[in-house]
Design a protein around this ligand. Structure first.
Ligand SMILES: Nc1ncnc2c1ncn2[C@@H]1O[C@H](COP(=O)(O)OP(=O)(O)O)[C@@H](O)[C@H]1O
Ligand SMILES: [Mg+2]
Length: 230
């Protein structure tokens, strides 16, 4: 695994609202080596989800560059025709992304979802029950996503990412819908996986206890950041 897992330099993003440009953030840079973790903090609307979307190629930056595993994969001004395939390949194999609205396939059971994600990443799919067990979902393997709670769906989405064995995990408020005890257990598993596989973690979170477990912290609500935007 390359030493630098994820790097971004000078990322800026704005949206157009009512015909007016609305800056979200400017000049955001980060560098995560294998095994490092970053807490992405900031009040609601500060751009945490937007930054995660840039880091996995679902949105394009207005300025700045992104490297995954030492390869430059995204930059403002890159041809939109070239990028989607490259980013899709990374999301299949190297970037494990957990969105806030746990993105499970509704027609598949939790176990089938985990197995599918493992196979797409070229990983063995036989460990599905173990990944679900690690996220506290033993006994729910054969339920469909609409037969479990929102918090259980979110944990199943994490089990899918664990099964990928990615180089980088990007998780949007992974403990946001969980009670304190379950949140702590899920965080334990995230950090245990990091230790076992050397993956890097980027966690958008409001949870100060989860943030405190991360080695780095990036606060998007830092005063002055938005006023730096042109
Ligand atoms: N697709 C979009 N179009 C227009 N505005 C958006 C879009 N996505 C996010 N925004 C705006 O960008 C800002 C940051 O949103 P978001 O990244 O979701 O923040 P957070 O995850 O920190 O709550 C918000 O003001 C939001 O309304
Ligand atoms: Mg968000």
């Amino acid at each position: 695994m390359p030493d630098v897992a994820l790097q971004a330099s000078g990322l800026s993003k704005q949206f157009i609202s009512g015909g007016e440009p609305v800056p979200v953030f400017c000049g955001v840079s980060l560098l995560l080596k294998a095994g490092e973790s970053l807490a992405l903090m900031g009040r609601s609307g500060s751009g945490k989800s937007t930054l995660l979307n840039l880091l996995c190629g679902l949105e394009r930056p207005d300025e700045g560059e992104i490297w995954v595993g030492g390869h430059r994969v995204g930059a403002a001004g890159d041809s939109p025709k070239e990028q989607p395939g490259q980013w899709a390949g990374l999301r299949r194999q190297s970037l494990g992304v957990v969105f806030q609205d746990a993105n499970l396939m509704p027609a598949l059971t939790l176990l089938q979802n985990v197995r599918l994600r493992a196979s797409l990443a070229g990983q063995p799919d036989g460990q599905g029950p173990e990944w679900l067990n690690r996220l506290g979902l033993a006994g729910l393997e054969h339920r469909y996503p609409d037969q479990v709670s929102g918090g259980q769906r979110q944990r199943a989405a994490l089990a899918m990412v664990f099964a990928m064995q990615p180089e980088v995990i990007l998780a949007d408020e992974p403990t946001g819908s969980l009670d304190r005890h379950t949140a702590d257990e899920v965080a334990d598993q995230l950090f245990r996986l990091r230790q076992e596989t050397g993956c890097a973690l980027v966690l958008a979170t409001h949870d100060p206890e989860l943030a405190a477990r991360c080695g780095q912290r990036l606060d998007l609500a830092h005063p002055g950041r938005q006023s730096d935007c042109q």
